[in-house]
Design a protein around this ligand. Structure first.
Ligand SMILES: NC(=O)c1ccc[n+]([C@@H]2O[C@H](COP(=O)([O-])OP(=O)(O)OC[C@H]3O[C@@H](n4cnc5c(N)ncnc54)[C@H](OP(=O)(O)O)[C@@H]3O)[C@@H](O)[C@H]2O)c1
Length: 278
């Protein structure tokens, strides 16, 4: 393979990629990179006004552009409506990134909130958002891939799927579910529909975003919390990730450069998951 052939693998022209939670920090970065590689990107998020503000970040290429479509990953009918809007606009879906997800402070143990007192609705919210919020878009948009016999799904798992992190019981269990579901769906799609449908996941390490800032930095001073410091100490690369750190793996897993890769969960963590602490 020469450089031109390698580059062609990352040419996303005429490919349509849907990103749930695409208005978020990590999903937004993936959207920018994909538009830059020529893809048509659908930002599927529940706050359309917020998502629209992202659009100015994208540099439309000769072929690639981004549109915003309303969809709530926990409301099936909104996903079905989104599917209809997307197929009307672009005709097909080549890729789905399930990036909507997150944790909630009230589903997190704290000195004044024991595990025994975590409210049921907060626990259910976190389970639903991360696990059902991955499964439902995979059902509704994955069906189109099954019908065409082609497509790629990329889920977003987390470090805590390999070994649970302290304090975030529901988020850890939910992301372990996302990793398990990734393997299950990879096998199911290949065996029941087409070996040209692939399903993988990335497991980002620690990226400072709105959903974990309260755990990693002090609200007043912005200094690292003891938890934030422990994470840096256990990260051989000695830093938090930046959203751009995800892009190489994301583009690889969405492209035909990874044509023989399915059912894997790739850590992008500065070495965190490899380090025993000693
Ligand atoms: N940040 C990290 O260190 C880290 C590490 C590992 C994994 N992850 C995972 O990476 C993914 C992206 O995280 P992020 O840090 O970029 O968080 P983020 O900035 O909060 O992005 C998440 C996006 O999903 C949207 N969303 C939430 N609920 C939704 C729903 N029901 N339907 C549709 N969209 C919904 C959010 O919209 P609203 O703003 O309206 O809520 C937001 O735009 C998540 O799955 C997260 O669990 C993050």
């Amino acid at each position: 393979m020469n450089l031109q052939e390698l580059t062609t693998l990352y040419d996303f022209r005429d490919r349509v990629i849907v990103i749930t939670g695409g208005a978020g920090v990590l999903g937004g970065e993936m959207a920018c990179a994909l538009v830059g590689c020529g893809a048509n990107v659908v930002i599927l998020d529940r706050d359309v006004a917020l998502a629209q503000r992202l659009i100015h970040r994208f540099e439309p290429t000769a072929s690639g552009r981004a549109i915003v479509v309303y969809g709530d990953v926990l409301k099936r009918e909104t996903l079905e409506q989104a599917r209809d809007v997307i197929t009307h606009e672009f005709g097909q879906i080549d890729g789905l990134i399930n990036a909507a997800g997150g944790n909630r402070p009230d589903a997190t143990t704290a000195p004044d909130r024991s595990f025994f007192d975590l409210p049921e609705d907060a626990l259910r919210f976190v389970f639903d958002l991360n696990l059902m919020g991955t499964i439902m878009p995979s059902q509704i948009l994955g069906r189109l891939m099954a019908q065409r016999g082609e497509g790629v799904i990329l889920n977003v798992s987390s470090m805590n799927a390999f070994r649970p992190l302290t304090r975030i019981a529901a988020y850890s269990a939910a992301k372990a579910g996302v990793s398990n579901f990734t393997q299950w769906l990879a096998v199911h799609m290949a065996q029941e529909y087409s070996p040209r449908i692939r399903v993988n996941a990335i497991a980002p390490g620690f990226f400072l975003t709105e959903q974990n800032r309260f755990l990693l930095t002090d609200q007043q001073t912005g200094a690292l919390t003891p938890r934030g410091e422990t994470i840096i100490t256990h990260t051989p690369m000695q830093r938090f990730g930046t959203p751009e750190d995800l892009l190489g793996a994301v583009l690889w897993l969405l492209s035909s450069a990874s044509a023989f890769v399915s059912g894997v969960v790739i850590p992008i963590d500065g070495g965190f998951s490899a380090y025993s602490g000693v």
